[in-house]
Design a protein around this ligand. Sequence first.
Ligand SMILES: C[S@@+](CC[C@H](N)C(=O)[O-])C[C@H]1O[C@@H](n2cnc3c(N)ncnc32)[C@H](O)[C@@H]1O
Length: 513
Amino acid sequence: MNMPKTQAYELPRAGLEREALRKKGQFWTPDWTADIMAAYVLQEKPSRLLDPALGQGVFFRAAKHYARSHDFELTLFGRDIDPEVIGQARMSGLDTKDLRNVEIRDFVLDSPSEFFPAIIANPPYIRHHRLSPEQKERLRDFARKATGRHIDGRAGLHVYFLIKALQTLAPGGRLAYIVSADICEGVFAHALWQWICSQYRLDAVIAFASEATPFPDVDTNALVFLIRNARPASDFDWVKCFDRDSRELTALVSGRHQKNYKGIQVHRRLLSEALATGLSRPPSDDAEHQCTLGDFASVMRGIVTGDNDFFFMTSARAKELGIPETLLVKAVGRMRDVQGEYFDPEDVLRLEDKGRPTRLLNANGLSFDQLPVLVQKYLEDGEKRGLPNKTLIKTRRPWYRMEIRKIPPILFAYLGRRSARFIRNRADVVPLTCLLCVYPKHSSPEFIEHLWNVLSNPQTISNLKKVGKSYGGDAIKVEPRALERLPLPDTLVRAEGLDKCLEPKQCSLFGDD
Ligand SMILES: C[S@@+](CC[C@H](N)C(=O)[O-])C[C@H]1O[C@@H](n2cnc3c(N)ncnc32)[C@H](O)[C@@H]1O
């Protein structure tokens, strides 16, 4: 069976139902993906299989089907924290015998005492800010003891699930784990994968093209990890899947390699290269670049106001309130307000015409008494509305003190499918958090233009996927530090003469700061 057998994985698109799913991390795997994962963990015909996050039981069904068609006895073991899943699993075609070893217990903090030769999981995807402080503390403590490393507190439950699943594998046992790409892109990823790859053998990573994603309704880039409790190897298969067909992948993960494939691409990769590039990303050819953006510029996030409605306004509104231009900074507040690759003074006027805010109140550097009376009154109104007690604002002294950014000559739209791009800021605006600020290391107009030519080139833009975090539908998000690691193609760096700037003495070519 290659196409989904049921629509059981369809997800509510919004609202309370979706929120309830998020709390329990309930996103169902489609059958065609479950079949591939079952084929990997069951190829040596083990007698027992564990699914530590059962849900509606898709992996039990796939495993039963595999054992029956390969003629061996398999006992199923399962866990879930939600008692309702048993009823749902029954409805999906599992019977009392299949479900007799299912326990309603937390897999990570109240884990099984035995080891299993086959584990298959789609863990709850619960991000760290949805975990209680007590849960977080216990999970962090568990991860520290298990790995001997510090796993950053921004790890979600799916990260701890992976560590626990690996610890629960019998010697030689196999784990198939489907999870968001965040597991190898988050801040915790380096420590996590260094530990995994030093203790276990990574057999394969399966990535999906957007047209073949197992979760079409969720903003996530899913990956399947196939890992064995065996001596680590120095290479593994990195596979990209282009259609929802399990046949070629099932053959591959069962050790039957073919010469040619139609629906998948297979790369045999060195672990060292893949860990440096990121396991969610295709192999990188480092020979093509030596420089990164960080060699020529630094990157900062835009301004967090703490309350855009109060601090960010149209110039008409500022006039009405009697706030003088000297206490306003020209700013851009929404990615959608910037069209294309250039942002010019006319664009600020266009936004004003459309009633979009473009002025940020900045009363820094003057005491309250030195401010014009009308501005004092506006701030007093803000106080009455309780602004000084808002989360971020209450850390500021005085509460209306604004973050400062020098005007960045280049901006970066860091989120989106096709919209992640550099923008030449010719309107001298500062961005709010919707955009990143790129500050070239030298301020001469020539240097900035040469850097801009490199950054706006499609070859450079295509490198964004090497440093960004991936989401569903090929969307990416690039954080400031990651953007500094953006590889710049050598040919472009040389064509623009920026390579000379790497040698300190030559920087004066562009006029030094
Ligand atoms: C993403 S769903 C996967 C379900 C199913 N295996 C599938 O692939 O369709 C994750 C399941 O884990 C359960 N879960 C959440 N937290 C858990 C925990 N701490 N221990 C065990 N199961 C948990 C949720 O109730 C949910 O049914």
